[in-house]
Design a protein around this ligand. Structure first.
Ligand code: FAD
Length: 465
């Protein structure tokens, strides 16, 4: 081997860099292998961060237009796409540059190139300057996922995935989003605010699957104006690239009979794990049919000194899950008794309004036959939401009927994502409705609605609109 390390981490996304930094902090000699020249993986380079830079811009544009109702009128927004792109790239650069500094400060050796196992204790990395073999005592696989492409989609620059959409090359007049999940709807929000008309097609019977239906209803009502056509229970069966546009054929009860023409088509039909692309078999690591790597609660694969974390081990494919798994794997590799034992993992759609949820939804409780007491606080009764001119939202908490302990919660409204963490803490702590209701929340804040929802469940907050 060319070099030898206590821990080699394969992939420098949120899971990988968190694992590498924690392992180094625990005194281990660490290498971090990444095929791209910047650290941060999907999340920092082509996911969470650039999408939020654009979504914040879009939300401000929408909010500015609403100020007309408050007596302040701005002109029609002038959009400089080059400058917006530069801003977004600057945000990404700051964060990925920060990671490089943090790696250096910890003396983590960053190895740039494509890595693959060549044995149970060796990874081979192919970089610009040739190949090298790295020996390791432990390895942490954090190679992430990539977006799924429809097999019949032709190669054309007007057909993109989320990475292509984030390049923001131009604003189409008419855009189709294939897949009504969070990523598709977030990107749709951005393009629609910049001027595109949207269609969305979804195979299932509702957008934003996984979220409580009541939350989604509020989002949908506020966003209807962006869409010409929301096609549910509809399949995309053909895509043809012609000179005058991308022509898409649909199948389903309410699907348009004729092919429809679009200027841009975004494929947002999910992500598939990279498990089958890293030579796992050479190390004896089992990989499931779909490319996910099975792990135990210490994030160990079937090979005890090789761990796996993040998108590559399963749903939910979220950065905050990857980070926590990364810490567990690094600590376990350092001989600690850490386990991944989170009760819940929150989800957020950073749309406008935001939709955030954690733990059980009402639908899931019903399916599990679990009896729950609901506390629902409409923001039409929140002084802060009214003052903001944004009182369309609500906060909903679910409690076990017998123990009164919180089992789930959902928030729709501005800043919902920033508030859902409190509900997650309450669930992890086993808080009950009195704990939450009697906690003094600052007034007037949107977060107050969490305390109020608990009081509604208790039956002590009764005079709601
Ligand atoms: P990744 O981030 O996928 O990183 C894996 C890394 O491994 C990559 O850098 C890759 O280049 C590298 N790699 C892979 N194979 C090799 C190899 N053989 N050799 C060397 N390097 C290799 N999640 C959220 O929580 N919040 C959000 O708001 C959010 N928004 C998103 C928006 C978009 C548009 C997308 C696409 C995703 C979003 N996600 C969001 C999901 C989030 O990005 C992922 O869950 C997260 O990045 C997973 O982290 P990871 O460490 O498992 O893998």
């Amino acid at each position: 081997a060319d070099q030898s390390f206590d821990v080699v981490v394969l992939g420098a996304g949120p899971g990988g860099y968190s694992a590498a930094f924690r392992a180094a902090d625990l005194g281990l000699k660490v290498a971090l292998v990444e095929r791209y020249s910047t650290l941060g993986g999907v999340c920092l380079n082509v996911g969470c961060i650039p999408s939020k830079a654009l979504l914040h811009t879009a939300a401000v544009v929408e909010e500015a237009a609403k100020m007309a109702e408050h007596g302040i009128t701005f002109g029609k927004p002038e959009i400089d796409l080059d400058k917006l792109r530069k801003f977004k790239d600057g945000v990404v650069g700051k964060l990925t540059g920060g990671l490089a500094g943090m790696a250096k400060a910890r003396k983590v050796t960053v190895v740039t190139g494509v890595g693959a196992f060549v044995g149970p204790n060796h990874i081979e990395v192919h970089g610009k300057d040739g190949k090298q073999v790295i020996q390791f005592a432990s390895a942490i696989i954090a190679a992430g996922s990539q977006s799924v492409k429809l097999p019949f989609a032709p190669e054309d620059e007007r057909i993109v995935d989320s990475t292509g959409a984030l390049l923001l090359k131009r604003v189409p007049k008419k855009m189709l989003i294939i897949g009504g999940g969070i990523i598709g709807l977030e990107m749709g929000t951005v393009y629609s605010t910049l001027g595109a008309r949207l269609d969305v097609v979804e195979m299932l019977d509702g957008l934003m699957q996984g979220a409580d239906r009541d939350l989604v209803k509020v989002w949908q009502k506020m966003n209807e104006h962006r869409f010409d056509n929301i096609m549910l229970k509809t399949k995309t069966v053909g895509i043809e690239a012609k000179a005058d546009g991308i022509w898409v054929t649909f199948e389903g009860e309410k699907a348009p009979k004729e092919p429809q023409r679009y200027d841009l088509v975004l494929q947002a039909v999910g992500r598939s794990p990279n498990g089958k692309k890293i030579g796992a078999d050479k190390a004896g690591v089992q990989v499931g049919d779909r490319g996910f790597i099975p792990v135990d609660s210490q994030m160990r694969t079937n090979v005890p000194h090789i761990y796996a974390i993040g998108d590559i081990v399963g749903q939910p494919m979220l950065a905050h899950k990857a980070v926590h798994e990364g810490h567990v794997a690094a600590e376990a590799a350092a001989g600690q008794k850490s386990h991944f034992d989170a009760t819940v993992i929150p989800s957020v759609a950073y749309t406008d309004p935001e939709v955030a949820w954690v733990g059980l939804t009402e639908d899931e409780a019903r399916k599990q036959g679990r009896k729950v007491t609901k506390g629902m606080f409409p923001w039409a009764a929140s002084g802060r939401a009214i003052a903001n001119g944004r009182d369309e939202g609500f906060t909903k908490l679910l409690f076990d009927e017998e123990t009164h302990r919180i089992v789930g919660g959902g928030i729709v409204g501005t800043n919902a994502g920033d508030m859902i963490g409190e509900v997650a803490v309450a669930i992890e702590m086993g808080a009950d409705m009195v704990d939450i209701g009697k906690t003094i929340h600052p007034h007037p804040t949107l977060g107050e609605s969490i305390g109020m929802a608990a009081e509604v469940a208790e039956g002590v907050c009764t005079d709601l609109p």
